[in-house]
Ligand binder design. Structure first.
Ligand code: SAH
Length: 250
């Protein structure tokens, strides 16, 4: 019996991969990776390893979640090091918790290696600090693509609007009109700053900066699309101040 390592690949820039994660990729026997893992990270994989794309993007499942878990269990039965590679951090909107629980239930040894989550990295690479003594003492990570009624009740946008000075939304582009409506109904001004960061930390990173009152129209006009992080709050204003000293993709 081998062991499964649930490894966070970070947001894309290979320089943001952890040393621990890279070491595991280099000695893995099998690597099962998701669609959002960047090609630069896949290059780190041991060339002798079996590589399986379990990539699932909204509406386009190449492997169902149950199939992925079953595959991990099977591979761990006759390989020493099985890496389950996930974009960002495995435990942030990555179903890492579910997969790990299924492996534990099947009696498989499993360990998690955290990664830098896209919410933090994409904001940072766009010159936006998520907290700032003058602008924000709190930050919330929330999914814009809820599986309503399935596991938990819907996201409480009103509580988030009122209780968090910075809001970071994953998978929020598709539902942006609804989210903006909910946040403004909850009392956020239409002038509240918002940044959308697409393919954050990769060479092709793109940003769209606006206000809650304008962003939906801007997305329509520019055709801005997923995968992107939305950052909402006064910290977004730092974007122009820090424009000259952004991190550069390695
Ligand atoms: N576990 C991942 C998130 C998985 S959910 C993490 O910790 O980062 C997938 C969503 O993450 C995407 O729809 C998008 O909203 C966001 N995302 C992932 N990589 C991204 C990137 N490089 N730039 C911007 N958003 C990204």
């Amino acid at each position: 019996m081998g062991k499964v390592y649930l490894v966070g690949a970070g947001p894309g820039d290979p320089g943001l991969m952890t040393l621990k994660g890279k070491g595991l990729l280099q000695c893995a026997d099998v690597v099962i990776y998701d669609a959002l893992v960047s090609p630069a990270i896949l290059e780190m994989i041991n060339p002798q390893a079996e590589q399986i794309n379990a990539g699932k993007r909204m509406g386009r499942h190449s492997l169902l979640q149950e199939e992925t878990s079953q595959l991990l269990i099977e591979k761990a039965q006759d390989h020493a090091i099985v890496v389950r590679l996930k974009g960002g951090d495995p435990f942030i909107f990555g179903r890492g918790g579910e997969e790990m629980a299924e492996l534990v239930e099947a009696g498989i040894a499993v360990e998690v290696v955290p990664g830098i989550t896209a919410g933090i990295a994409a904001a940072t690479y766009a010159g936006i600090p998520l907290t700032h003594r003058l602008y924000s003492s709190s930050v919330t990570f929330v999914t814009g693509h809820e599986s309503a009624g399935k596991y938990r009740p819907a996201v409480n946008w009103q509580a988030i609007a009122q209780g968090s000075e910075t809001i970071v939304i994953y998978m929020g582009i598709h539902n942006l009109p609804y989210i903006v409506e909910q946040l403004t109904l909850a009392g956020l001004s239409v002038e509240t700053a918002i940044a959308l960061v697409r393919w954050g930390t990769r060479p092709e990173q793109e940003e769209l900066i606006g206000e809650l009152g304008t962003i939906v129209e801007q997305v329509e006009e520019t055709g801005f699309s997923a995968p992107a992080i939305a950052v909402i709050g006064a910290v977004v204003k730092m974007h122009s101040i820090l424009a000259g000293c952004r991190p550069v993709s390695s």
